[in-house]
Design a protein around this ligand. Sequence first.
Ligand code: NOJ
Length: 734
Amino acid sequence: MNQGEPAMPNPARTDEHEARIAGLLGRMTVEEKFGQLQQLAWAWNTGPGGGSTGAVEAAARKGLLGSVLNVVGAANSNAVQRIAVEESRLGIPLVFGLDVIHGFHTTFPIPLAQAAAFDPEVTRTDGEVSAAEARSNGIHWTFSPMVDVTHEPRWGRIAESPGEDPYLAARYAVAKVHGYQGDDLSAPDRVAACAKHFAAYGGAEGGRDYNTVDVSEQRLRNLYLPPFEAAVEAGAATVMAAFNTVSGVPAHANPRTLTGVLKDGWGFDGVVVSDWTGVQELIAHGSAADEAEAGRLALSAGVDLEMVSTTFVDHGPALLERGELSRERLDDAVARVLRLKLRLGLFERPYVEVSAEITAPGVGARAAAREVAGRCMVLLKNDGGALPLDATALRTLAVLGPFADSGDLLGTWALPGAPEAVPVLRSLREALPHAVVTHAPGVPADGSDVSGLPEAVATATAADAVVLVVGEPSEISGEAAVRSDLGLPGHQEELIRAVAATGTPCVVVLVGGRPLTIGDWADQVQAVVMAWHPGIEAGPAVADVLTGAVVPGGKLPVTFPRTVGQVPLYYNHERTGRPYDPAVPEEKYVSKYLDVQDGPRFPFGYGLSYTTFDLGEPALSRERISVRELREGATVEVTVRVRNTGDRDGEEVVQLYVRDPAASIVRPVRQLRGFQRVRLAAGEERAVRFTVGAEDIGFWTNDPAGVFTLEPGEIHLHTGNSSHARAHRTLRIT
Ligand code: NOJ
């Protein structure tokens, strides 16, 4: 990674912390040590002691609990904390975790949308706002960022991910970690980050959640691991294990990934937390015979803290007694949990200030969410300049579709109680005070009811222009929300066709948590905007883009296929011996489908603007460089000129891809290695520079020991404004 901000080091280890950890370890009983390795869920883990929270309180009182998830609110968290600090023998504070994925009160666009901004600053902003809101509510730790690269739009969790590219994902991982953590985890507006799910969770076969992942060494290291390594380098305080197997071994019981790669290889000294009951699930995986074995396998492999299931506390002491667990591993795991608490400043300030609790989205937070949502939107089609809407000429605008007057635009992982999104209808009415804005939903988001179609058609017919807001409800994206069909649910496509047939100019705003298959309906409308699930300020952000107050500049962080049968379809695929050649479409014995046009509907990196840009040929600072020079840190500069050729100001994402035409293992057809979103006034021209070094050119081999190689030969450096970037120069590696 070279184009981003400098990575901050791991939160520094301090002698003072290590001395306090050693002192505590010396005073703890074996049971108290295992207790620190237990995380229970508030209002979920039930047990004796009173109500659904009894088990949590009882364990905290006995000093047999390290962490709690899902306690929310300053008063609640202080009350539970008080039990641990004031009533347990050693008074070790608890660390409170929560899934603050893209917002706490202020829901930002889903992470996949944020990746579409091709601007890591947006995710840093989300991180900062979310951290301040969460910490003031007693949350110390978020289970985010999710940095799982994936080629699977069927997988619901693609909504939480940064998409299909490891370089883009790594840049986002760094920015999100910095946004959450800043440079002082003990600050009252910071939370610890958690890079998840380690590792290769995005590779689930068929996109079916929790499914098998069988991955070659080179894919693991070149595709799935880079964002994790970047997050760890940026100082991510914690990492979460994944539910899947990694080539036959469940990630929770995988010493090679958890200890070999993460802890020993990258020097990670933070906490590895299991996923929810992930340790116990080793039994269902068929890797452990019983709970004791599950606990032994996970702890020995490198899991430090067990979420929800209780195999460590229940069986740890006996395993230790029998010599089936090492004392060093136990102490190391406890030290990691204590180190996190020390870094968070919990021993000094275990409680939060109730009077400083943020109880609702602030004006500034809302403004940030609105700006970010606008930056995430991707203009997929805009025939004849249908957008932006001409506010002066528009007398009647019909705003149709099941999501037009809907607050269900927050997306997956919006926290319970988070305010609903501002509906698009309301915001368009505010943005177009001189127009009559009419509305009819037409059809519901799903189901078979088409009784509203005639009213929608009549409303469209009577209008000068139509905005159709259609897509996926939040509940069918996210965890365990897998689809085998990527089309618009219910009768929404029929609605679009019927409305388009009226002849009224029609703009489609798509909402959703994944790439959707965009059928022939797109040929019948004038413009299509991918708005994703835009979050709390959905309406204002959509209105900003439709009226031109914001010029769209987002790009797709994931390939949009033509049909679900093409999946997996991704730009950075490895080369084949028989590639499809568009110049010879009749050739049969090539890698293609018989019944669908080759290639994606929209490629990775694609997105239009209300203005146009011209990109020149790339120029290199040097045309040869040796392997030795690269190893010593030498770099090559790639410069490309970009000009705004239209009559509006706008932003273009200039992208750099590398291609290795001949290597010891087959390399992807191209790989993103740089991007810059640049703002250019109408007519303005600018040079954009990228720096290419060893890590952009080399690759990990299939050697299980982890070998990163640089090979002599040619490297093609492509620049452009999508993954179809054609212009290139050759760099010779000697
Ligand atoms: C399961 C999910 O896989 C994980 O991402 C999340 O952090 C935990 N549940 C806790 O809610």
